[in-house]
Design a binder for this molecule. Structure first.
Ligand SMILES: C[S@@+](CC[C@H](N)C(=O)[O-])C[C@H]1O[C@@H](n2cnc3c(N)ncnc32)[C@H](O)[C@@H]1O
Length: 366
């Protein structure tokens, strides 16, 4: 998006820009969870020092006094055992200052649907941010019906981006569950900004929020989105509840017209002539009994990819690397991901056509 990358961590990127840039990131970022805008940085050793330094920030120019404030934090400092205490101290510093300056103060609480201030406190270093996203960006607004073990929208987008699928060729998603991978893929294929579906962000609850520039930005984002795709999109699942939820979610996201949904076993998924990607997110099980049953499923997925999906690229997203070995196909790439604290892999398989037969191998470490 043309912004400089100042540093990259395992789950964060630091850049430099204006509040307008932060708002653009909220609208266009597919894989970010939230966009934090740095207000102030200082050292603090104790909670009273934190309170005093937060009180120096001109909150009356940032937060509406008749609004609602939520303070979140990430704290790793020996002085603080419970980060809720740091939240409370920070919130008190903000509202006490506002009371003194405006004679009023915003309400406060845990809801993240209005102004959100984030404290990052590591050792002595404190950073105070506005969380311009408010609710995390993974909450796009289209998934009204999440089912069991749904993938976060941001993770699903990251998975599709890692496949390099950009809307050319078919996209087949057996075991689609609530349809998150298919919906994110459709939005990527259409070049549709993921934030267009949402109408509430943290930045809207800051003083000086310019509604007309936001409207203009949304208009521009809508204008660059395509109306259709070249390839076909097919999403299937064995559960009726899942297919109904996926259809409903796709409809809310405005992409249902691009998709064929079908209630069937993954192995019966129609695979159109041509090429593209086949992407599956099977369950990975927790208990031993479940895992035993899933071994057969993973083996079956290997056969399905090998026999039915020639000419396509196959992808399996899983958090169980032992089960992944049961697929029995040679992996071309193994892309690491974290699904919350579970280490996962996106496994890529080249499914050659005809003479370039798919090699079936016994056990491959993922
Ligand atoms: C981990 S969930 C997929 C979650 C999905 N990525 C989402 O974001 O909602 C796995 C899905 O596989 C489906 N499933 C399990 N066994 C199946 C089978 N034999 N054929 C087709 N679908 C199956 C389940 O109904 C479930 O919806």
């Amino acid at each position: 998006m043309g912004l400089p990358i100042l540093s990259e961590g395992i789950a964060d990127v630091e850049t430099e820009g204006t509040m307008e840039d932060a708002i653009k990131l909220d609208l266009f970022l597919r894989t970010g969870q939230r966009v934090l805008f740095l207000l102030k940085e200082f050292d603090a050793k104790r909670p009273d020092e934190l309170y005093e330094k937060i009180s120096r920030i001109e909150w009356e120019t940032i937060i509406p006094e008749d609004g609602y404030l939520c303070v979140t934090s990430s704290v790793e400092t020996p002085e603080i055992k419970d980060s809720r205490f740091a939240n409370l101290k920070s919130k008190d510093a903000i509202v006490d200052r506002m009371n003194a300056k405006c004679g009023r103060r915003p309400d406060s609480g845990p809801k993240r649907d209005r102004t959100v201030i984030h404290l990052y406190w590591k050792e002595r270093r404190c950073q105070i941010y506005v969380d311009t996203s408010g609710e995390p960006l993974s909450k796009r607004g289209y998934r009204r019906i999440p089912l069991k073990a749904p993938m976060q929208e941001t993770l699903a987008a990251a998975v599709i981006l890692a496949t390099n699928w950009k809307g050319d060729g078919n996209l087949i998603n057996p075991m689609c569950g609530s349809g998150t991978l298919a919906v994110e893929a459709a939005m990527i294929g259409l070049n549709k900004a993921p934030g267009l579906l949402r109408n509430n962000y943290g930045f809207m609850h800051l003083k000086g929020f310019d509604k007309s520039s936001w409207k203009l930005l949304r208009k521009k984002a809508t204008a660059v989105a395509k109306k259709g795709l070249n390839g076909r999109m097919i999403a299937t699942d064995i559960s009726r509840e899942a297919i109904e939820a996926a259809e409903r979610n796709a409809m809310t996201a405005g992409v249902a017209h691009l998709m064929d949904f079908r209630l069937c076993d993954y192995a019966e998924t129609p695979i159109p002539e041509g090429s593209g990607i086949v992407v599956l997110n099977p369950e990975y099980g927790e208990r031993l009994g479940e895992i035993k049953k899933l071994e057969e499923v993973y083996k079956g997925i290997g056969d399905f990819l090998k026999k039915r999906c020639q000419g396509y690229k196959g992808y399996i997203f899983t958090g169980n690397l032992d089960l992944a070995k049961k697929v029995g196909l040679k992996t071309k790439r193994r892309i690491p991901f974290f699904n919350s604290n579970i280490e996962c892999r996106l496994l890529e398989y080249d499914l050659y056509e005809g003479s370039r037969a798919v090699k079936k191998v016994e056990a491959i470490s993922p």
